[in-house]
Design a protein around this ligand. Sequence first.
Ligand code: FES
Length: 265
Amino acid sequence: MNAKRPLAPFGRRAAPVTFNARYGAYAVIGCADTDGPRPSAGQFYMLSAASRWGGGDAERPYLPRAFSVLRAPAGSAELEFLIEDVGPGTKRLAELAPGDQLQLVGPLGNGFAPPSADTTPLLVGGGVGIAPLAILQDQLAPNAIALLGFRDGAHAAGAELLADPVIATDDGSVGHYGLVTDLLADELDRDDPVTVYACGPPAMLEAVRRICAQRAIPAQLALESGMACGYGACFGCVVATKDGFVRLCVDGPILDGQALNEVAA
Ligand code: FES
């Protein structure tokens, strides 16, 4: 969507970890990337740890993992990533500490496009999918309204990463008891002109796509897919659009909601 996207330097590079901060169920890992261009909101990196990556308890080789950049403060070399420990690779990344080295390739993919003229950005995030919305709020949409959904209170601690969010939780422990798409429908009922930006699990994204399509609201969706290479070579990340299959790592991960018949589970 963003024709002038920053391009990744060739090959993998090391970035020293500068901090590891806990936000409930999540870790935010900061690193100093002195050799790469600054990313656009919505771009992603392939991450791995420089040591004890693969060959751990289960003796399995881990591929790098794709992560949207959470934050890239202006005027610094710092990059931040939001990690949820859901398996051996993410567990290793979530435990990295200052003194460790993060290996990264990026920035990759296309970032978000600016909001349509005279519209307010409306950010809709679910779980770890809030990550690209934080840098979007920093770079493109300081006046954005943020609607964030989480499974429970431990995960809702991640809401601190965005400014002035409205929160929904599946168990009702924080904010609205229900889905973030309930909040979206309420917000759209105001009939204010908005551009929707969304990232989260496929079922949430499909609900956002459908709601926006019914109301002719522009929506940019950050999709997820298994990514083995991150630069278009393996075709492991293809998704169906109205115009055929695209590779999310080079043609996405941000897609226009109107380009999709559905967000597949
Ligand atoms: Fe390999 Fe997209 S991740 S083609």
